[in-house]
Design a protein around this ligand. Structure first.
Ligand SMILES: NC(=O)C1=CN([C@@H]2O[C@H](COP(=O)(O)OP(=O)(O)OC[C@H]3O[C@@H](n4cnc5c(N)ncnc54)[C@H](O)[C@@H]3O)[C@@H](O)[C@H]2O)C=CC1
Ligand SMILES: CC(=O)C(=O)O
Ligand SMILES: [K+]
Ligand SMILES: [Mn+2]
Length: 355
């Protein structure tokens, strides 16, 4: 029996709704598999925790998390309680950085039974490799003066190592897929970092003669996500560009509520973290209508990470079938609740394996 110790952080808002039902799905996966077991330990670190303790997680929070095989996270952010940058940097971004989760992979594909807002969505199947530890997400800079003379400086950080690492990951991934990498740049408007990004991309691509490449400015690339998403295989992007592209990736599938993500630690020193692309969705919290698919698909990525690809792909097939059969939440045109969708996925998992 293989045992996986998973730290669970539901976080804020709908994180607390989609995480529990996804754990039920994972329990069902373990049950039908027979040879794996999950040991979940849940942590209440969140904006509510901040209100009580003045911090998003205890001082030894990272020390506690370090010993787990992975982290399963919902979403962080409740702007009514804590300013967003304090909340995110105090937990989500802290974990990504301190645990050297330098890559964030975020797939998007045409999904059976989903109504894409695109008139002609074609059969797209892409994955964004988002640099996850530097770039435009940075604490470097500052603010001075008050009033009309106030100014803010925000520095973006692009290291050769970090940039190369993201690109190598993208090329290796492309070799296992359709052999194409697109670089998201903006070297016409951004004077230093993006010409550097292009140079590194041109260097790295020399090492992968069998992989085709393209490079587009982020503005045009974002538009191509809408007009011709089928041209993309792997897209490598900086932290901010990747963030923006992947909300669009969710949207063209039919809802941001479906899109999954994996924050990958490459050096094996720390656990990786699995979370959906979406946030805490304060506008729908408490209604029981949050789409659990992003979180469940994220669980599938965690299964892949644990080497359980076969069951992972079965789970994704089932998610797609359930959607296709109309058991879906309102964001994708259904009338089912969060719980009903997850329960149906569990029911079919049991059925698929028992026949
Ligand atoms: N990784 C994380 O934990 C992230 C946290 N946030 C935080 O979440 C809070 C809300 O941010 P927003 O910009 O509104 O982004 P959001 O992703 O939470 O919501 C954007 C829109 O998508 C909808 N939506 C999101 N997930 C859904 C789901 N599973 N099912 C159905 N509809 C869904 C929401 O109802 C909303 O209309 C903020 O505090 C923000 O900082 C935002 C993005 C990522
Ligand atoms: C913070 C955020 O929006 C993300 O990581 O996707
Ligand atoms: K999230
Ligand atoms: Mn985002």
């Amino acid at each position: 029996m293989k045992k996986f110790e998973v730290a669970v952080i539901p976080g804020d808002g709908i994180g607390k709704e989609v995480v529990p039902v996804s754990l039920k799905v994972l329990e069902t996966v373990a049950e039908v598999h027979g040879g794996i077991k999950f040991d979940f330990q849940s942590f209440p670190w969140s904006s509510d925790y901040y209100v009580e303790h003045g911090k998003m997680m205890p001082d030894d929070g990272l020390k506690i998390l370090k010993n787990f095989d992975s982290i399963f996270l919902g979403a962080i952010g409740n702007p009514a309680l804590v300013q967003d940058h304090i909340a995110l940097w105090g937990l989500l971004i802290k974990i990504r950085r301190e645990f050297e989760q330098s890559i964030n992979i975020r797939p998007a594909k045409y999904f059976k039974g989903l109504k894409s807002p695109l008139v002609n969505p074609n059969d797209f199947d892409l994955i964004v490799v988002r640099e996850n530890s530097e770039g435009e997400y940075s604490e470097v800079g500052g603010r001075i003066h008050k009033g009309d003379d106030e100014l803010a400086i925000q520095n973006a950080i692009f290291t050769k190592k970090g940039t190369e690492r993201a690109m190598h990951y993208a090329f290796e991934l492309a070799k296992k897929r359709r052999g194409h990498v697109t670089s998201a740049t903006k070297s016409n408007g951004i004077f230093h970092s993006m010409p550097f990004w292009d140079e590194v991309f041109n260097e790295v691509k020399e090492e992968y003669q069998d992989v085709q490449t393209a490079s587009y400015h982020i503005d045009a690339l974002a538009a191509f996500f809408l007009t011709r998403p089928q041209i993309f295989d792997v897209i490598v992007a900086s932290n901010l560009f990747g963030d923006i592209l992947t909300d669009i990736g969710g949207a063209i599938m039919g809802s941001i509520g479906i899109a999954p993500a994996a924050n990958i630690n490459l050096n094996g020193k720390y656990p990786s973290m699995f979370e959906p692309v979406h946030g805490s969705a304060p506008d729908i919290v408490g209604k029981g209508i949050a789409n659990p698919i992003g979180q469940i698909w994220t669980a599938k990525m965690m299964l892949d990470h644990f080497g359980e690809e076969e069951l992972g792909s079965k789970l994704l097939d089932i998610i797609e079938d359930v959607t296709n059969d109309g058991i879906k939440t309102p964001d994708i045109g259904g009338t089912s609740s969060t719980e009903e969708v997850a329960d149906e996925i569990c029911r079919r998992l049991k059925k698929a394996v028992s026949v």
